[in-house]
Ligand binder design. Structure first.
Ligand code: ATP
Ligand code: MG
Length: 469
């Protein structure tokens, strides 16, 4: 009937295979990323900070190489396709100009070269020819810089008529200072409360963190060259097994400045400013190196899914990637650690940057034993070794937080038994926790992670995991 006819029409209308279509999206990402890097390079160049400019130009070039090597539709219809051509064209132009500029900058005595003295960087803006033509750039400009909708006039300062540049710098400076305050006040973790020993088990993960963060800060002389620590690490695994706990412990243990932010607060609390905050965060981290930037629930800002959704979240992601590449390309000792229980959703570009990926699994029998002893230590409990072994045997499939909840629930049983006497009894009259309390608790506290969820983690580990050691 009509069904097959309609189905036959569909591929003809689209005409592009899905992977190529995905690359089309990615190309846009690379285009914007490259634009951002080169713009920043150029700004540094103008400031005279040529070393920074060189790094950023190189970064931009690498992004362009990556972008141009994407396989994209070779022919097609509609606005999406003409964009592909335009993005590629832009990138080719930037490639050439940034390369030229880079050669000048890197040439010895560039500023006094035979070209007739200092080459004014203002004449070499790689983005210049497309700056006027590129509608994307113009659009982001106006939306990000004049949110009120009024034309952006540099510093119409009432009263003072100082030089426009200086006054604008003052406003930007105040803004910058405020963001730095947020970073130093709310993201910098100055009072870490969890110790390394509070984390039961997870020796492979502890080892990986020690190698990446703790040891290099103690012996910078040994950890260089081939032994230079990786800059990006991902802690992933099913919920409730100590990813966040481990990061908190790391803050106490590392002799590094520790910045911790949850990605969901970045988007909810700092919504409109998330991008700028990320930029400031990385800048402050570089100043206060060695530093660790811990981003909890990293999937919520850097997932594949957010890519096509909102302009704002895409920009935030771009900003993050640019900043990350910035510190990775520099000699600054800044390590980025992300944590997620949804690694499958991470954007490929992000995954690639978090080179060390450490699986935080459900606790095995030994892990559960250690966790139970750990949680019960110092509690009024009467449990024999055999009792604990029985519990270990019966809690297969329980996560760390399930086990903690189980212990809390078991600890409530003796109190509940007291009934009305609870208000008068003295603390030492409460009977200790026993195995039967756990048996009661096992009825109500059930494993929170199912087998099919675990299978998904194992698949991901097989595909993308790096060994935990
Ligand atoms: P999510 O993916 O949901 O963010 P998570 O892996 O970050 O989970 P945590 O918040 O670190 O999990 O752990 C939750 C709680 O479970 C901890 O506060 C702690 O009480 C307990 N817990 C989990 N794993 C461990 C562990 N290895 N040692 C000690 N306690 C643990
Ligand atoms: Mg967590």
């Amino acid at each position: 009937g009509t069904q097959p006819a309609r189905a036959a029409l569909r591929p003809a209308q689209k005409g592009i295979e899905p992977s190529l279509q995905a690359n089309q999206e990615k190309l846009k990402g690379y285009h914007d990323l490259a634009q951002d890097a080169i713009e920043r390079a150029y700004n540094k160049d103008v400031e005279g900070a040529s070393q920074d400019a060189i790094k950023l130009y190189r970064l931009g070039l690498n992004i362009i190489y990556e972008g141009l090597s994407l396989r994209t539709p070779s022919a097609g219809l509609g606005p999406a396709f003409s964009n592909v051509e335009r993005w590629k064209e832009d990138m080719k132009q930037w490639l050439q100009r940034a390369n030229d500029r880079l050669r000048d900058l890197e040439a010895p005595d560039a500023s006094t070269s035979a070209r007739g003295g200092a080459v004014a960087p203002a004449q070499c803006n790689p983005l210049a020819p497309t700056l006027a033509a590129s509608t994307t750039l113009l659009r982001t400009r106006t939306t990000s810089q004049s949110s009120t909708g009024t034309p952006r006039v540099p510093a119409a300062t009432p009263g003072g008529r100082g030089p426009g540049g200086a006054a604008a710098g003052g406003a930007a400076g105040r803004e910058d200072a405020r963001l730095r305050e947020v970073v130093l006040g709310e993201i910098l973790d100055t009072r870490p409360s969890t110790r390394w020993d509070d984390v039961a088990g997870l020796s492979a993960a502890k080892q990986a963190l020690a190698e990446m963060v703790i040891l290099p800060t103690l012996r910078a002389d040994l950890f260089n060259g081939l032994r230079a620590p990786a800059r990006g690490l991902l802690l992933y695994g099913p919920p409730g097994n100590g990813k966040t706990l481990l990061a908190k412990a790391l803050a106490a243990e590392a002799r590094a400045t520790f910045f911790a932010i949850s990605a969901s607060s970045l988007t909810s609390k700092w919504h409109g400013e998330a991008e700028k905050l990320v930029r400031t965060l990385f800048a402050v981290a570089a100043e206060m190196q060695p530093s660790v930037i811990f981003i909890d629930e990293i999937d919520s800002i850097l997932s594949e899914r957010t890519a096509g959704e909102h302009e704002a979240s895409r920009r935030l992601k771009t900003q993050f990637l640019v900043e990350f590449d910035g510190v990775a390309a520099s000699s600054e000792r800044v390590v980025v650690i992300g944590a997620t229980n949804r690694p499958q959703e991470l954007d490929e570009a992000v995954r690639r940057r978090l080179v060390k990926r450490v699986y935080i699994p459900m606790p095995d029998a030994a892990g559960r034993r250690e966790l139970l002893w750990h949680v019960l230590a110092g509690q009024p409990a009467r449990l024999s070794r055999a009792d604990v072994e029985a519990l270990v045997g019966r809690t297969g499939g329980y996560s760390g937080s399930d086990l903690a909840a189980l212990c809390r629930e078991a600890a409530m049983v003796p109190l509940r038994e007291l009934g009305p006497a609870l208000s008068t009894v003295s603390a030492d009259q409460v009977r200790p926790i026993q195995l039967r309390d756990f048996e009661a608790a096992l009825q109500t506290i059930r494993p929170s992670v199912g087998p099919e969820q675990l299978a998904a983690f194992e698949d991901w580990t097989r595909a993308y995991g790096s060994s935990g050691g």
